[in-house]
Design a binder for this molecule. Structure first.
Ligand code: SF4
Ligand code: SF4
Length: 430
């Protein structure tokens, strides 16, 4: 018997292990002795398994075979996926005025999409391969037709995710709409009424907590609480935030629930993001997540890679539509270029552009990622942060120029990926 292994294998020594990567398939195996490496080389050189067994320790050969088969190391390179997510900002209207709101939500804008326009958009997107819709605002419940939109998306077979400030839900609206919703994200930015009030306004904490309680009782819905503290609040009250998050995780441990803290801030209503403070915040939040959920970084990595998924890009290239129909390819609409409006451009044309934008901002086309051996494992990170030229490029630039990463991808960044690949390996065996 002979394995047909990838031809582009490269090896990285890390932490006493040998990480064997196939860059072209985004797959890897982990070996733990020089003999195993020699066995793999012999297999690549064309020796049959019988010949390899005659030359090497049979148990070591078995370990290498277990890796090759358990990790499906012979698999072909999957095609880039066509399925996409639609993020729809349903309205700019919001009952709150959160200090950091990156949508600057307040009143409804003139000329927001009508119910018919939204329903048509959902149908057209579905027929173009949209599998998931994220409904957000403003506050989604400020739209009277929110229930109609949720039901329509569900009836089209889409995965429906709702982002909400949680303050307007009642037992009745949760009961009526929860059958059509797959996921709810409730924003809670403080660890108690006073800290939450500083960011989201007074008397919102208990309401949002109540919404969490109502949604977590619905087992068909994956509920998350997403916390966006201020830099100062996190620095001064790290323990309070950590205890709050641990309390939520414990309270809802038997439910379909996760509590997450944003790991950096972006510009918003009264907020100017600071790169250095974001760097520190990322470290702090990573440590908090590890305290709240043991091995949270590794668990997230395993979840992302358990299906052998290839990461061609970040979420950039999914479709975002504003409340007035403007089209973007990322939800951070103030940081990326507006490419069209659904009232002016047929969706088919938008889809063609979307494919080009996603492809040519993907890891196969940007530098240095296209030369990186873990490009399909990493995906290149946030395009807004790392490739600002790409997210603001003219239509004609896609395919005509190579975008280069603005900030350095450091050896430590890569080593963190190697570490996760090695630690995740045994969990990813079939
Ligand atoms: S560019 Fe950044 S914010 Fe936008 S989808 Fe990618 S990771 Fe998300
Ligand atoms: S960001 Fe760094 S690790 Fe990720 S694909 Fe690009 S070069 Fe590789």
């Amino acid at each position: 018997m002979q394995y047909s292994l990838p031809q582009d294998i490269c090896a990285k020594s890390y932490g006493g292990f040998m990480l064997i990567i196939s860059p072209s398939s985004g797959n890897w195996i982990v070996l733990d002795s020089q003999q195993q490496v020699d066995i793999l080389k012999s297999i690549i050189d064309g020796l049959t398994l019988e010949e390899v067994r005659e030359r090497f320790d049979v148990q070591e050969v078995a370990k290498v075979c277990a890796q090759i088969e358990g990790r499906n190391f012979v698999r072909a390179v999957p095609e880039p996926e066509e399925a996409f997510t639609l993020r729809l900002y349903m309205t700019n209207k919001c009952n709150l005025r959160c200090t950091h709101c990156f949508m600057y939500a307040s009143e409804a804008l003139n000329d927001e999409l009508t119910t018919d326009e939204i329903l048509r958009l959902l149908e057209e997107c579905r027929s173009c391969g949209c599998v998931k819709v994220i409904l957000t605002g403003g506050e989604v419940l400020m739209r009277k037709d929110f229930g109609d939109v949720v039901r329509a998306a569900d009836s089209l077979g889409m995965y429906v995710q709702v982002l909400t400030n949680g303050t307007l839900w009642t037992e009745q609206s949760v009961r009526e709409l929860s059958p059509y919703i797959d996921e709810v994200q409730v924003s809670i930015d403080g660890y108690d009424e006073a800290s939450n009030a500083e960011i989201r306004g007074r008397n919102t904490f208990a309401l949002a907590m109540n919404a969490l309680d109502m949604f977590t009782r619905k087992q068909n819905i994956f509920t998350s609480a997403v916390i966006t503290p201020t830099y100062e609040g996190l620095e001064a009250h790290r323990k309070d935030y950590t205890d709050f998050m641990k309390g939520l995780a414990a309270k809802y441990r038997d439910r379909n629930f996760l509590v997450i803290m944003q790991n950096e801030l972006i510009d918003g209503r009264n907020l100017k993001a600071d790169p250095e403070r974001n760097r520190l915040m990322t470290q702090t939040v990573k440590a908090i997540h590890e305290e709240v959920y043991e091995n949270s970084e590794l668990t997230a990595f395993i979840m992302n890679h358990r299906d052998g998924r290839i990461f061609w890009n970040c979420g950039y290239g999914n479709l975002t539509v504003s409340s007035t129909g403007d089209v973007y390819f990322c939800g951070r609409v103030h940081d990326v270029k507006r490419y069209a409006n659904i009232r002016e451009t047929p969706l088919g044309e938008i889809m063609t552009l979307r494919s080009r934008v996603r492809r040519f901002s993907g890891v196969d086309y940007v530098m240095p990622c296209r030369e990186c051996e873990v490009r399909y494992v990493c995906g290149g990170g946030c395009r807004v942060k790392n490739f600002p030229d790409a997210v603001c490029a003219e239509n004609g630039d896609f395919g005509a120029r190579v975008f280069t990463r603005k900030n350095e991808c450091t050896p430590q960044d890569k080593e963190n990926i190697y570490r996760l690949m090695i630690e995740a390996n045994s969990f990813l065996m079939r």
